[in-house]
Design a protein around this ligand. Structure first.
Ligand code: LLP
Length: 415
């Protein structure tokens, strides 16, 4: 459920007419609904309340400070993957004891900063990384907690680019190797193995893959317990899918009802790292129609939003619903909706039946809250879009539009 809908002919975000925002702030424009964002977090929290997990929102899905702050204020922790995300997490006021840090390639500087800050734990992806964290923490006179990221070799049934839990992927450590590392744990006096972590992929719409992975890891944890290895935390990752088109993903309550029986009596402190589930349907990308171009074979609707604003269609052939901001009785037509960028891969939708639109009118690309702005770029020297948060009838500019000066700010002309 989300807070974007028509009232009469006009498309609204909560109490605000979206076309008024487009006129006031220009396009392309990201618009987020505060209620949708926080409701999704609260739904997940409430579905799992009997085990009281720490829900660490995955910053990579949407790293806007106001988005992070809204969730942190509701009790969320944050899942980070870089020094830049740690910087953002601190700026958003996230308690350090609620930050977990994943990534297969943490640099020494990133590790140093996170160790000095005192985050909850690192999700560790290899033996050399564990050795490095142990060395750096020792040098800084600290002891940190780590969770070994296990690669459970489970098929997540999602797009191959966002599958992460197969043994052919670069992520995590296989069970056998992990067992070997744990046997050596006394060597790592400054990096205590306190937990295990799994994350098998993203946009997973069935509970089967999650269940398979959690079953495998809980069996592994009981074996470790039998050997006298105490495991305090289990991080079950993110990956919950949302509706982009005709998917029928599980609700938070359905997901919890399947997963809880495996975790309820485990005695483990559970961490979750959802990104898309919380923010995906809480954001849209609004664009203005520049031209409608007919060719002998096709009709192209050329808009001012492009692959630099939302790369998911170009990168994953992802489907995002597209709706007009003003609904009319005009016929529906089959069109390609494309941006101005000089690549044939620059499209928002292909061969899509949408209400016929004219130059100057606006469209909204739905479910663009996750991996939308956070994956945007300046390709073709296009300034990044503005971002707005709507809260009831309140409108807050949470990210100003970049200027041309922003584009060249870092650069020097070498003579
Ligand atoms: N935890 C880890 C370790 C992750 O790698 C990810 C996402 C998450 C949590 C959050 O996953 P979520 O709940 O959002 O599915 N750019 C792609 C998605 C890449 C996901 C990367 N990792 C897309 O636009 O579909």
């Amino acid at each position: 459920m989300h807070e974007f809908s028509y009232k009469g002919s006009d498309f609204f975000c909560e109490g605000i007419k979206v076309s008024d925002l487009a006129l006031r702030f220009g396009t392309p424009l990201y618009v987020y609904s505060y209620k949708t964002l926080t409701d999704h977090f609260l739904k997940l929290q409430s579905a799992f309340r009997e085990i009281d997990p720490l829900i660490c929102f995955s910053v990579k899905a949407n790293s806007n400070l106001s988005v992070l702050k809204a969730l942190v204020d509701k009790g969320a922790g944050l899942d980070i993957v870089s020094g830049g995300e740690l910087f953002r997490a601190k700026k958003a006021g996230c308690p350090l004891s609620k930050i977990v840090y994943a990534s297969v390639g943490k640099t020494d500087k990133e590790i140093e900063d996170a160790v000095s800050s005192g985050i909850l734990f690192f999700n560790v992806e290899s033996l050399p990384e564990l050795e490095n964290i142990n060395r750096i923490a020792g040098r800084l006179g600290k002891t940190v907690k780590v969770a070994l990221r296990i690669n459970p070799d489970v098929e997540a049934k999602t797009h191959k680019f966002i599958t992460t839990g197969k043994i052919t992927n670069k992520f995590g450590i296989d069970f056998k190797t992990a067992g070997g590392i744990i046997a050596l744990r006394k060597r790592f006096r400054h990096a205590l193995i306190a937990g295990l972590h799994i994350h098998i992929g993203s946009q997973i719409t069935e509970s089967g893959p999650f269940l398979a992975a959690i079953k495998k890891i809980t069996v592994f944890i009981s074996r470790l317990k039998d050997q006298g290895v105490p495991i305090e935390y289990l991080n079950i990752g993110g990956g919950l899918g949302i509706i982009y088109s005709r998917e029928t993903p599980q609700t938070a309550a359905e997901f919890a009802s399947k997963i809880l029986p495996l975790l309820r009596n485990s005695g483990l402190k559970i961490i979750m790292e959802p990104g898309r589930f919380i923010v995906g349907s809480a954001g849209i990308l609004v664009a203005r129609v520049l031209y409608v171009k007919k060719t002998p074979l096709k009709k192209f609707v050329i808009v001012d939003g492009a692959m630099n604003d939302l790369i998911r269609p170009a990168l994953y052939d992802a489907h995002h619903e597209i709706v007009p901001l003003h609904r009319s009785k005009r016929e529906r037509q089959k069109v390609d909706i494309v941006g101005p960028i000089c690549e044939s891969g620059d499209f928002l939708a292909k061969g899509r039946f949408v209400q016929s639109v004219r130059a100057g009118e606006y469209i909204a690309v739905m479910s663009a809250g996750a991996y939308g702005f956070s994956m945007s770029s300046n390709y073709n020297s296009r300034p990044r879009a503005a971002e707005i948060m709507v809260r009831g009838k309140e409108v807050i500019l949470i990210g100003r539009r970049e200027t041309y000066d922003d584009l060249i700010d870092r650069e020097e002309i070498a003579v």
